[in-house]
Design a protein around this ligand. Structure first.
Ligand SMILES: *Cc1c(COP(=O)(O)O)cnc(C)c1O
Length: 257
């Protein structure tokens, strides 16, 4: 199936150059932070939402395996078209009634936007029902660090602990707790300051949860505008769209093929 996806050489040259240039900056920053200069500690998740399958195939052929998508239907269609060893991450707003469709995707690797106990339970239950033999989905709990109304994510300690407890319970076998995710406010990420306070808030939550539950949570924070700060503040994953794939079309003009 994936053999039918073709691309042109100019686009290939461009995307590989952009990917490698982001990777180089990530590696430089990561080496400053991690002992022994181990840059492999920071995953570059290529955010491919609204971009065609051919762009993904170019980077796949270059060796990239992890891609992030924001819309359930688009992820499902792309997963059918593209090689099945891609590790898909869902990073969009999660709706309870879409958890089932997501959990059916065999190579859905991660859901980074779990923001309620109800959705965690629904994902676990759906994976158990439809794909019990596939890998458990690695989940991140999304935290609303900027406290903006329009942002998803939890910010209440009681609710956060309740979700974490569910992940650590025996009932939860088909999804696994991986870490925490945040988006952070646009304003904060464009301020000229050393430390991004939304990222600092996510780090505080990690410390609090790790101390209470004995976990060792990963962090997903940082996008094109602010990934360097995120690495300096200890993220283990950056989610990069624009800097690698360029500007996105409006949703109604996006095409998969
Ligand atoms: C779109 C998106 C990204 C990528 O943003 P860029 O600024 O294009 O790098 C990262 N994370 C989430 C949750 C997104 O929705």
């Amino acid at each position: 199936m994936s053999a039918s996806i073709t691309y042109d050489e100019d686009r290939k040259t461009q995307l590989i150059a952009q990917y490698e240039s982001v990777k180089e900056v990530v590696d430089i920053e990561a080496k400053k932070v991690y002992v022994n200069g181990d840059a492999s500690k920071v995953l570059v998740l290529v955010v491919s939402k609204l971009k065609p399958a051919s762009d993904i195939k170019i980077l796949y052929d270059h060796g990239v395996r992890e891609f992030g998508e924001n819309y359930v239907q688009e992820l499902i269609e792309k997963a059918k078209l593209l090689p099945d060893d891609i590790k898909w991450h869902f990073i969009g707003g999660l709706q309870t009634n879409k958890c089932k469709d997501l959990a059916k995707v065999p190579n859905l690797y991660s859901v980074e936007t779990v923001d309620s106990l109800k959705k965690a339970k629904k994902l676990n239950e759906s994976r158990a029902k439809f794909q019990p033999d596939c890998n458990p989905i690695l989940c991140n709990v999304q935290i609303n660090t900027s406290l903006e109304d329009q942002k998803s994510g939890l910010n209440n300690e009681e609710e956060i602990f309740e979700v974490i407890e569910f992940f650590l319970s025996n009932e939860c076998k088909y999804i696994k707790l991986n870490g925490l995710m945040t988006i952070g406010s646009w304003n904060v990420s464009h301020e000229d300051s050393e430390e991004n306070r939304d990222f600092a808030t996510l780090v505080e939550w990690k410390k609090k949860i790790d101390a209470k539950f004995g976990t060792s949570l990963k962090l997903s924070m940082g996008m094109s505008a602010d990934f360097k700060e995120a690495i300096r503040q200890g993220t283990t994953e950056v989610r990069i769209g624009t800097d690698i794939l360029g500007d996105r079309p409006p949703k109604n003009e996006a095409r998969i093929i």
